[in-house]
Design a protein around this ligand. Structure first.
Ligand SMILES: NC(=O)c1ccc[n+]([C@@H]2O[C@H](COP(=O)([O-])OP(=O)(O)OC[C@H]3O[C@@H](n4cnc5c(N)ncnc54)[C@H](O)[C@@H]3O)[C@@H](O)[C@H]2O)c1
Length: 369
């Protein structure tokens, strides 16, 4: 057994796995599960930095005791990253500082994890002559706050005035504009990944994701708002809305995101060096207010809401134009958001034991109108 083998749990010692960084996290654990189900050996590389994700890792190992191994290590640890990447057959890179709010409080740490960590991985893959495919989880935040997109406000949502943007969403040709330290660090990593494909032939592609939701999401106020809203609503706890709640996002069920990542891996020769906007698209665009109303319908009771100031860099409207991804990755139509959100509510109830709490005594001053 090598020194590196000694650091990891034993399931796949001696075999060449698919590396999933951030594999204990929400999207990473769903990708790792799918890979293991398809018969791949998987090495999860995760610092277990996000509270609660150790439960995802335990779940993965219980389901796939012969397929899933893990290394508890930090993406900032260059030697650990080089070790893990040195024997991987492919890499899915999800490990990150994921919250805009945290990036504003700790911008240097955000930079170290998201930019330096990604660079460690890219250099390790460069040393392997680019032969190992890399799929990178980027974000719609690389397009900035989109303040130039003229919006009309309806009573519960913002909508672009331009009919083309309204029906198609934001495409990959949109100029990059990094806002907030998180936008800068993910955007820089996104560009490094594309450049390592260009300059060094690393077989890498970038997924600029909108809001992904689904089982295994440890949603908090800082990140993962669909799960966060459901968790708070199920517990009968108030929900803070930053801004007026008319913000619109296209939400995508994690099963569709997993499908897109695997499709990109399978087609890496044709998609290498390219970026794709990945989200639910215009058909799955929903405002915070509309989502809350739908949760009230699901739970059969009102949700308590408190309004607060807008947060830095918050886009009033972001909906992905998903045509490039759908066409080039051969994706099926996404799960309709109401179906996916209802399924997530069931998962939270069945798997995490959350029950619909008694209705709040006071309906909030800021209740939805
Ligand atoms: N969920 C979304 O809607 C969304 C949207 C756009 C982009 N993304 C990106 O997708 C990726 C996955 O997001 P997620 O929602 O699954 O988040 P997550 O927080 O559930 O997963 C991230 C994982 O990375 C791990 N991690 C954090 N810091 C680390 C470090 N220094 N070293 C090693 N591991 C570390 C965490 O413990 C966690 O398990 C991230 O890169 C995120 O920026 C997510």
């Amino acid at each position: 057994m090598t020194a590196r083998d000694a650091l990891r749990t034993p399931a796949i010692v001696g075999r060449r796995p698919v590396l999933v960084t951030g594999g204990a996290g929400f999207i990473g654990s769903n990708v790792a599960d799918r890979l293991a189900r398809e018969g791949h050996d998987v090495l999860v590389f995760d610092a277990l930095a996000r509270p609660g994700v150790e439960a995802n890792l335990a779940w993965l190992k219980k389901r796939h005791p012969q397929r899933v191994s893990s290394v508890t290590a930090d993406i900032r640890d260059e030697a650990a990253v080089a070790d893990a990447a040195g024997e991987a057959t492919a890499v899915f890179h999800f490990a990150a500082q994921v919250a805009v709010t945290t990036s504003l409080a700790e911008p240097r740490e955000d930079f170290d994890i998201n930019v330096r960590g990604t660079l460690h991985l890219l250099d390790a893959l460069r040393r392997r002559n680019g032969a190992v495919p890399l799929l990178f989880a980027s974000t719609n935040k690389v397009y900035g706050d989109l303040a130039d997109v003229v919006l009309d406000a309806t009573h519960d949502a913002y909508l672009p005035r331009d009919p083309v943007v309204r029906t198609s969403g934001i495409g990959e040709d949109r100029p990059l504009a990094f806002h907030t330290p998180y936008g800068c660090s993910k955007g820089a990593a996104d560009q490094y990944v594309l450049d390592y494909a260009r300059s060094f032939g690393v077989a890498a592609a970038v997924m600029r994701m909108s809001c992904i939701y689904g089982p295994r999401q440890m949603g908090t106020e800082d990140q993962g708002w669909v799960a966060h809203f459901l968790i708070r609503a199920l517990r009968g706890e108030p929900i803070s809305i930053y801004g007026d709640g008319r913000q619109v996002r296209d939400v995508l069920d994690v099963s569709d995101a997993v499908e897109a990542y695997l499709a990109a891996w399978r087609r890496i020769e044709s998609v290498q060096g390219r970026a794709f906007n990945l989200g639910g698209g215009p058909g799955n665009a929903v405002s915070l207010r509309q989502l809350l109303r739908s949760i009230e319908d699901l739970l059969g009771r009102p949700v308590e809401i408190a309004f607060a100031d807008w947060r830095a860099g918050d886009q009033r409207y972001y909906v992905s134009n998903t045509r490039r991804a759908a066409h080039e990755l051969g994706l099926r139509p996404p799960v309709p958001w109401r179906t996916g959100v209802a399924a997530l509510a069931r998962w939270l109830t069945d798997e995490r034991g959350l029950r619909v709490a008694a209705a709040p005594r006071v309906r909030a001053a800021g209740a939805l109108s």
